[in-house]
Design a protein around this ligand. Structure first.
Ligand code: GDP
Length: 445
């Protein structure tokens, strides 16, 4: 995702090295390349053009501050404009109090990920203390009802469904609302409405009827990032019929080029509220234009990762590790517990690369593969005495042999771990006490 834009921008900005000021002429070439990169990422032409026009307008004549070069300055303008292009976003779902049932309607074309997103959204709502119910009102796709029932079973969320024979989607939704009210403990109703392969009048009529009868607090359009500009065009058509409150862009984890994420707000006026980043139920995140802009500009996706981490990490253990790092005491024990926690997020190398500053640590780890070697590393560290773990310098040849024997590896493996760890420890103590931005700078140096 976004690699082509990131590369295009980096190349474009490199061209400004050695200039003292941003002028229309010297940025024209760079922005031509930026526009090209946007178009290649499947950003709509009008969006790419107005984006580079705005960047030009805002960049020209800006005095180059002593501390930053024109390239960096242009990155700053591009960053601000990317945020402007995708935002602002009101993340609130405008849920009413728990004594009434708030209706949220999801709509979108078939295959966009609507049913899956119903489940993901229910999970988010449950985690924030709400009691959702889902309504299987997609009577078009035969498997949708069963799929929603399965998701409901996994999440322990009730699902209202009816035999599609002779039923209308509007009635199913109305009965769903009645069932939610009758249940007494339900405060949010999520409607999984019908999709079609293409937009057609019958579909729009059906959705309008549901909208008019159920008065959802939020109408959210689910679309597939992989379909690029088609996703944006369908969002536009749905918005004209239904007045959307937000867009949920799915499959952002795939090899979509990212154009839809950049174009939706500009073309429809409707912001992206959530993004789907995987098939699993925990893979729905709030969309933050600033984070996305940082990611596009190759600055990592730190905050989303931190949020995910907070949900999965053992807080006490992480805080203890962080405290030690801050004090410059990065020991083998800290290393092991941090690795164990991070492993919960996914493949280690990938996770670390996403953290600004940790990309450098991945390099410092040499050809050590954190996932494959994890078990071995754990075994080696556990064969050390607590004293050795805190003071690896005391590990001489005989200790090394003993540790190797204890963990069933070669003494050379122990040596390699100590060497890799030494590199990381140096990096960590250098970073102790630095802010994220300072860390990023330290790694780039
Ligand atoms: P619907 O027809 O709109 O209800 O679509 P589904 O919910 O059945 O989703 C279609 C396919 O997309 C399924 O295989 C989902 O697992 C998959 N899917 C949905 N959201 C995401 C996502 O964010 N990332 C990925 N990789 N797949 C997704």
């Amino acid at each position: 995702m976004f690699e082509s834009i990131t590369q295009g921008l980096t190349g474009a900005l490199d061209a400004l090295r050695g200039q003292t000021k941003l002028t229309e002429k010297n940025i024209a070439d760079s922005l031509g390349q930026v526009r090209q990169a946007l178009l290649e990422a499947d950003v709509a032409y009008d969006v790419a053009k107005s984006f580079t026009d705005r960047v030009t307008e805002n960049a020209i004549g800006r005095k180059v501050l002593n501390s930053i070069n024109p390239g960096q300055q242009l990155v700053g303008v591009v960053y601000e404009e990317l945020i402007h292009l995708m935002g602002p976003v009101d993340h609130s779902l405008h849920l009413a109090g728990k004594d009434e049932v708030t209706v949220i309607m999801l709509c979108g074309l078939q295959g966009s990920g609507k049913t899956t997103t119903c489940g993901k959204l229910s999970r988010i709502l449950m985690n924030s203390g709400r009691r959702p119910m889902m309504v299987a009102a997609d009577l078009q796709r035969p498997a949708a009802i069963e799929q929603l029932k399965t998701l409901g079973g996994q999440l322990d969320v009730p699902v209202h469904f009816e035999d599609p024979q002779g039923n209308s989607a509007v009635n199913v939704c109305r009965n769903g609302l009645k069932a939610a009210k009758a249940a007494g403990n339900i405060d949010t109703l999520i409607l999984d409405t019908a999709g079609r392969l293409h937009i057609d009048d019958d579909l729009m009529k059906e959705l309008e009827q549901i909208d008019n009868r159920l008065h959802p607090k939020q109408v959210l359009f689910v679309c597939d990032a992989m379909t690029g500009q088609d996703a944006v065009n369908s969002a536009k058509a749905f918005n004209e019929a239904l007045e959307l409150d937000g867009v949920i862009l799915t499959k952002l984890d795939g090899d979509a080029r990212g154009g839809a994420a950049l174009s939706v707000k500009h073309v429809t006026g409707v912001p992206i509220k959530y993004v789907g980043v995987g098939e699993q139920l925990d893979k729905l995140q709030e969309f933050h234009p600033d984070r996305m802009a940082e990611r596009i500009l190759g600055m990592g996706d730190m905050r989303s990762l931190v949020e995910e981490a907070q949900a999965k990490f053992d807080q006490e253990e992480m805080e203890a590790a962080e405290e030690k790092m801050r004090e410059g005491k990065f020991t083998l024990d800290t290393f092991l517990s941090t690795m164990k926690q991070m492993k919960k997020l996914g493949p280690m190398g990938e996770v670390m690369k996403m953290i600004p500053g940790m990309g450098g640590a991945v390099e410092a780890m040499g050809d050590m593969n954190p996932d494959d070697d994890m078990k071995q590393i754990e075994g080696i560290i556990q064969s050390m005495t607590p004293h050795e773990r805190s003071n690896p310098d005391v590990i001489d040849i005989s200790r090394r042999r003993r540790i190797a024997k204890g963990s069933g590896v070669d003494p050379a493996d122990v040596n390699k771990l100590l060497k890799d760890f030494g590199g990381m420890q140096g990096m960590m103590s250098k970073m102790a006490g630095m802010s994220i931005r300072e860390r990023m700078r330290a790694v780039k140096e």
